[in-house]
Every structure is written in structure tokens, then in C-alpha cells.
Design a protein around this ligand. Sequence first.
Ligand code: FMN
Length: 205
Amino acid sequence: MIAMLQRNIAKTVIRVAIVFHSGYGHTARQAEAVRRGVEKVPDVSVLYLTSEEAKSRLDDLSGADAIIFGAPTYMGSVSAPFKAFMETTSSIFVSGAWRDKIAAGFTNSASRSGDKLSTLMQLAVLAAQLGMHWVSLGLPPGNNLSTGSEADLNRLGFFLGAGAQSNADEGPDVAPPASDLSTAEHLGERVAMVAQQMARGRVAA
Ligand SMILES: Cc1cc2nc3c(=O)[nH]c(=O)nc-3n(C[C@H](O)[C@H](O)[C@H](O)COP(=O)(O)O)c2cc1C
């Protein structure tokens, strides 16, 4: 019996979805980094969707263990196309289909602050309205010591999710910088691990 349980726990494959919008490609770089982080964890499959695609894939998303939301910050808020996706989830609000899934979020904008926290808060509130469990970034703030630098992980000092900053005059080929992409990668890995722990706990319970 215990051996069978251990086999089932070991076999549990976790599904992690990433739903994001990117108008000009910068947030897409961040989303790709989140994906790389998720893929570092064994026995995990990834569903990678733009917010436009996700609007017609709500059933597929209902099969995920975790959903990581990402949007650029436009006018201190999630971008309008991502908000359109958010509003399609009102049917999920009614059905409760995403209740107890893991959730997390990321955002990118031109300024170091740029009011990105407002976007992360919107993503966390979306998750809460859908009854999901929000996973924080789980990194100490970087670049806040005299010995710190822009190369630090979490150089922008967010806690709620992953932040990235892309200079307004640089294309997605060079922005956001490597430190922000590593921060995003960390978030993806953390979410996949938490989702795995949660799923294995359910099998064992
Ligand atoms: C309509 C619009 C509004 C923006 N508002 C903000 C903002 O509030 N804060 C900020 O720091 N950058 C702002 N930006 C800059 C973008 O966040 C930045 O260029 C980002 O890298 C774009 O990501 P994307 O290429 O994934 O669309 C704005 C850009 C646009 C087009």
C-alpha cells in the first residue's frame, strides 16, 4: 500500500500554464524566462498561451495545476488585451473551476517602478477572486546595498511577483536585462515546485 502510494506520488505530472500579453515583445522575453524556470522542474508540462489565445482555452486552463499571469504595465495597470482575458474569466468566477489552483504573476515596464506594483496587485486580486492560492516571488530584494548592482536577482525589489524593466529606447533583443530574466526564471521554478508539492500532498492525503 505504501509502495503504491509512493509510486503514485512520484508519477504525478504537474501542469503549469503561463498566460501573458506583450505588445512589443519585452514581456514575451520575461514570459519565456518564466517558462524556462518551470521547465527546470522534473515531471512538469507547460501550457504557454498569449492572453488572446487563452480567452478561447479556458477549459484547457482548467486542467492546469498552476497558472502564472503576466502583462506589461501600461498606464499603471495591466495592458488592455490582458484585461480582456481577465474579464473572460468571469465564467470561471461563476463555476469555481480554478479554485485551489496555484497562481503567480509577473510584469514588465519602462521605468524601474513605473507603478508595476499596481499591475501585480491586479493579478493577485484576479487570483483571489477565482479562489486561487497566490505564490509570492520568494527572493530578497536586490541592489539595495552599497555592494549591490543592477546584475542582482530581484534588482527591482518586488515581493508579490516578478518585475522586469525594459528601457523605452531598447528593443526586446536587449531588454529586459539578464538579471530580470533570471528573476522571472526563479518565479517559474518556484511556482512549479509549489504546484508539485501541493499535488503530491493531495495524492498522499
Ligand atoms: C500605452 C502604454 C502605456 C505605458 N505605461 C507605462 C507605465 O505606466 N509605466 C511604465 O513604466 N511604462 C509604461 N509603458 C512602457 C511599457 O511598459 C514598456 O515599453 C514595456 O517594455 C512594454 O512591454 P511589451 O513590449 O511587452 O508590450 C507604457 C507603454 C505603453 C505602450
